[in-house]
Design a protein around this ligand. Structure first.
Ligand SMILES: Nc1nc2c(ncn2[C@@H]2O[C@H](COP(=O)(O)OP(=O)(O)OP(=O)(O)O)[C@@H](O)[C@H]2O)c(=O)[nH]1
Length: 559
């Protein structure tokens, strides 16, 4: 097993463009141990292998591999790297529609890509794709954004190279353009030879266009060793064809033909068509110059076919770009429609929420009103009841007043009659009460009346009725009470009143009472008859010297 796979993976990243051959060795070493790697490391390896396949030019295979990493690795950073790689190779493989679609997805995701390195990478490749679509302005903008994203101390090489490329393909670059100079400074041959070589080849093309073939040859002589070491096919073919063009321009036809033929010998379909086209152009010019009309025509036809294909390709890119843009526009409109619908929905929801809140408020108000209403009703009822109760009571002593006593006594007697119970009616009248008023004042008289009520209460049960019948006269209906019990209770009451001492302002007042009794035992439950009887008994008690209990004549006779 490998000691530190992560370190080796890192090493591959570092070596990819600086020492490609060495990076391949490390990659092979790790691939042998793939089974021992963690799933995360295995995804890293899939990405690195995809990158290598792309480097070798097998775009069909690398496209599938990179898509797999983007969709399934679950590693956002790795997906960013794979997206960047796929972007550049979809363009190279002329899968323009896919490239522009991916570009749109990447551009949409850019705000979420916070890692500076990833951002720079994605922006650079977006720039490349836009450049290939002929959108030079956009491509330049992305490239400059990528350069602005480079973290301090990091190399500007990659975005600076992309900027040069897009300017070159947009025909906005000259051999002395500051952007090219800047890129050379950012991509020193010592650290990033591959990028430096690419820049040199671009410079070679520019020098050719500017009519400086000698400079081109000198330049290619200088970089040829590196090209041979790297083994990057496009670089090798580009150098070959540039050299052929330069030699042709210098009139060195044989050498030019030899080199151009070498490029043609490698001629396959795909990526090398650009150099093949240039090679046929060189051969056409050489043969024409030499007077080989038939050969010249043959090369010209081949050149024209490739040139048409090249122009068609540019046209296809523009069309694909347009199509994707239209699609994106349609999607955007759809999204806007959707977001409008969402906004409408939100407004509706807010409205609903407001309505619901208003309803809740109304309900709360209603409940409150009902609550207050109920409270008010309750209070009203309570005060009504209180008034009613008060209207039944005597103001001074708070026992039943005459009217209520009589009503209640009548009811109680009828109930008693139904269950054949016995009851006893007592009329109590204070003796010489007028004298108390006269000697001690009305207030003392009132106090005496209240104390008399208290004294009587001590001997009453809950069911008994007690009322004030007049000034100093009281009535008591003792329910479920025999005549003996009635006489005993009346006697107790009389004794208690006699014993009661009322003191007011240092003056001591006592009072006695006369009581007349009538019993249902003798005369039945008719209140009127009982009252007459009790009254007669009281009258006798008064005449018999007061401070005593008397029973009704008839009652007694019956008893
Ligand atoms: N202090 C006070 N006196 C009252 C009240 N109601 C009636 N009286 C007085 O009670 C007295 C009743 O006097 P009378 O009817 O002559 O009877 P009495 O003085 O008790 O004499 P006898 O009943 O014959 O023993 C009157 O002087 C009334 O003014 C009251 O609410 N408070």
């Amino acid at each position: 097993a490998l000691a530190n796979p992560d370190a080796l993976i890192k090493q591959i990243y570092a070596l990819q463009v600086t020492d490609h051959a060495r990076s391949l060795q490390v990659l092979a070493q790790l691939n042998q141990q793939a089974a021992n790697l963690t799933p995360a490391q295995q995804w890293q390896m899939r990405y690195l292998n995809a990158w290598e396949v792309m480097y070798q030019g097998d775009y069909a295979k690398s496209e599938a591999m990179l898509s797999d990493v983007i969709e399934r690795s679950g590693n956002q950073q790795l997906a960013n790297h794979a997206s960047a790689a796929l972007l550049s190779q979809l363009g190279a493989a002329r899968h323009y529609t896919e490239a522009f679609e991916l570009a749109n997805r990447v551009a949409a995701r850019l705000p979420q890509v916070t890692d500076a390195k990833d951002r720079r990478l994605l922006l650079s490749n977006l720039s490349q794709v836009m450049g290939s679509a002929g959108q030079t302005d956009l491509a330049v903008r992305y490239a400059r954004m990528a350069m602005a994203t480079v973290p301090a101390g990091e190399s500007q090489c990659y975005p600076a190279s992309i900027l040069v490329e897009v300017l070159y393909y947009g025909k906005r670059l000259k051999s002395d353009s500051p952007e090219l100079q800047q890129a050379f400074e950012a991509c020193p041959v010592t650290t990033v030879s591959l990028y430096n070589t690419n820049l040199q080849l671009i410079l070679a093309d520019l020098l050719l266009q500017e009519g400086q073939p000698r400079k081109v040859l000198a330049l290619i002589d200088r970089i040829q060793p590196r090209i041979d070491t790297n083994g990057y096919v496009p670089a090798r073919l580009s150098a070959l064809v540039d050299r052929a063009s330069a030699l042709a321009a210098l009139g060195e036809d044989d050498a030019a033909r030899r080199l151009a033929s070498a490029v043609v010998a490698e001629g396959k379909s795909g990526d090398i068509d650009a150099w093949l086209k240039e090679a046929y152009e060189v051969l056409y010019h050489v043969e024409k110059k030499q007077g080989n009309a038939a050969a010249a025509l043959g090369y010209y036809e081949k050149f024209a076919a490739l040139d048409k294909a090249y122009l068609d390709d540019i046209h296809a890119r523009a069309l694909a770009y347009e199509a994707v843009e239209q699609h994106v526009l349609a999607q955007k409109l759809e999204t806007e429609k959707l977001s409008q619908q969402n906004a409408d929905l939100r407004t509706q929801q807010q409205l609903d929420a407001k309505t619901a809140e208003a309803n809740r408020l109304y309900l709360a108000l209603l409940l409150m009103a009902l609550g207050f209403g109920a409270l008010w009703m309750f209070r009203l009822k309570r005060s009504q009841l209180r008034f009613k109760r008060l209207s039944h009571l005597d103001g001074l002593t708070a026992i039943y007043n005459r009217q209520h006593f009589m009503g209640e006594a009548d009811r109680a007697l009828r109930q008693s009659e139904k269950r054949k119970g016995a009851a006893c009616l007592a009329f109590i009248d204070l003796d010489h009460f007028k004298r108390i008023n006269d000697s001690h004042g009305h207030a003392t008289g009132d106090l005496v009346l209240r104390r008399v009520v208290d004294a009587c209460r001590q001997h009453l049960r809950i069911a008994d009725l007690f009322g004030r019948l007049g000034g100093e006269e009281f009535g008591i209906l003792l329910v479920d009470c025999s005549s003996e019990q009635g006489v005993a209770i009346a006697e107790h009451i009389r004794a208690t009143i006699e014993a009661t001492v009322v003191e007011l302002d240092g003056v001591i007042v006592t009072v006695s009472t006369s009581i007349g009794l009538a019993f249902t035992d003798g005369i039945g439950h008719d209140l009127h008859r009982l009252c007459t009887e009790a009254d007669a008994a009281l009258y006798r008690a008064k005449h018999d010297g007061r401070n005593c209990v008397m029973t009704g004549v008839e009652s007694l006779a019956m008893a």
